[in-house]
Design a protein around this ligand. Structure first.
Ligand code: ADP
Ligand code: MG
Length: 396
């Protein structure tokens, strides 16, 4: 089996579609329906989810595409084009396949069945072009492709939010990843030209226009992942809880840091550690920045959007301390090259920066980023241009 991370996947949807069609025909001698679902970016709103705040994702023009047809059997026969790997599995809890890619499909089937959906055996072939583990959520793209497809094929009438939750439960129960709802939500609800503000407490959401004419949105992947991530994450969460608990003594209505203001935080400055204070300062600022970016987008003010992205980077680097040398370096280059907005995307300690770049500055920025980064760190960053696109759908 080829290693997925070593495969260059960055393909046009039509090429992928032809590949899966050919393979489906070869394996099953018939034709099925075709579905697609995207990966996602998050423009702003990092470490806000577990503080009851907002995130602001959008679906991208990279995703998963799958052909699928019920086979009249009690088993699923699935082929991954990118891994050149085949798996067969039943639909009972004890039938879980070994291959990790197949567990995503199995998990989606199981989660639908647990909710009373009548899923039967099917044949499927799929491929994708979301870079793996780069922070664009290839796994959510995979889950929502199958959740959407099975819902449609078997007329299950599951609403879109539940489709996202089926993907999330798949990660929790079959893939060992205790994720929030943002990735699957964005993959299912995404819409071309829109970002979606999701309130992580109420799960209310609202679309905002994102049509940065004259700008490009580009991710620069540092290609590093520092090991600190999970213990640091737990410590950050604890700091947030400490600060919220201290504030709550004066203001009982504060359930999460999302409800707090800087004035409230200052009231308890002497009751909490300097570190907890700094972490809370970041979160309170970040919740507000998401709202500010939404206001700016309604006015088409991309300069303010960019400014807020830089502020988030500063906060993640200096207050929340979840950046790293490589990401700070990429952010500095962006600043030097006059990039409109740039920040670390995702939880931190590695992964990508997301950059909003004026078209006329784009080539010089990319050239400089590749040159300087490679000189300093001995390896190139990776580049992914993204366009905000539609969510899960059936292809005609
Ligand atoms: P990400 O941050 O991109 O979601 P994850 O580690 O959560 O990274 O998910 C990656 C996993 O999803 C892979 O190990 C594989 O099992 C599955 N996957 C993603 N893309 C593909 C693909 N194109 N083909 C087969 N499996 C895929
Ligand atoms: Mg994932």
């Amino acid at each position: 089996m080829a290693r997925l991370s070593s495969i260059k996947i960055h393909l046009n949807i039509n090429i992928m579609r032809e590949r899966i069609r050919n393979k489906f025909q070869e394996l099953f001698a018939t034709e099925g329906s075709v579905y697609a679902s995207p990966g996602r970016i998050n423009l702003i709103g990092e470490h806000t989810d577990y503080n009851g705040g907002f995130v602001f994702p959008g679906a991208i023009d990279k995703g998963m595409i799958a052909e699928i047809k019920p086979n009249g059997l009690d088993k699923v026969r699935a082929f991954s084009v990118d891994l050149n790997d085949y798996a067969e599995f039943g639909l009972k809890e004890e039938d879980a396949p070994k291959a990790s890619w197949a567990r995503y499909i199995f998990g989606v089937c199981r989660e639908i069945i647990k909710r009373g959906g009548d899923v039967k055996g099917f044949d499927t072939v799929f491929a994708g072009d979301v870079p793996l583990g780069a922070g664009m959520s290839s796994s959510a793209a995979l889950e929502s492709t199958y959740a959407f497809a099975l819902n449609d094929l078997y007329n299950l009438n599951i609403d879109k939010f539940e489709l996202a939750k089926i993907g999330q439960s798949t990660e929790h129960n079959y893939c060992g990843v205790n994720c929030g709802i943002m990735d699957q939500f964005a993959s299912v609800f995404g819409a071309k030209g829109s970002l979606i503000r999701l309130d992580c407490r109420s799960l209310e959401y609202k679309y905002f226009p994102f049509n940065p004419v004259g700008y490009k949105l580009v991710l620069l992947d540092s290609v590093v992942k520092h090991e600190l991530a999970s213990s640091a994450y737990n410590k950050r969460r604890q700091s947030c809880e400490n600060a919220a608990a201290a504030i709550r003594r004066n203001h009982p209505e504060v359930e999460f840091l999302r409800d707090a203001t800087m004035d409230m935080l200052d009231e308890v400055k002497n009751d909490i550690s300097a570190e907890d204070y700094m972490r809370a300062e970041y979160v309170i600022g970040e919740v507000q920045r998401v709202l500010d970016v939404c206001d700016a987008l309604e006015k088409g003010d991309y300069e303010t959007v960019g400014q807020k992205m830089y502020e988030t980077h500063y906060g993640m680097s200096k207050q929340y301390e979840v950046s790293c040398e490589e990401l700070d370096y990429l952010n500095d280059i962006a600043k030097k090259c006059g990039v409109t907005g740039s920040r670390v995307m995702g939880g931190g300690f590695g992964g990508c920066t997301i950059n909003l770049v004026k078209e006329e500055k784009y080539d010089a920025f990319i050239k400089e980023a590749f040159k300087s980064y490679t000189e300093k760190f001995g390896h190139e960053p990776k580049l992914y241009e993204v366009v905000i696109s539609d969510g899960a759908r059936k292809l005609a």
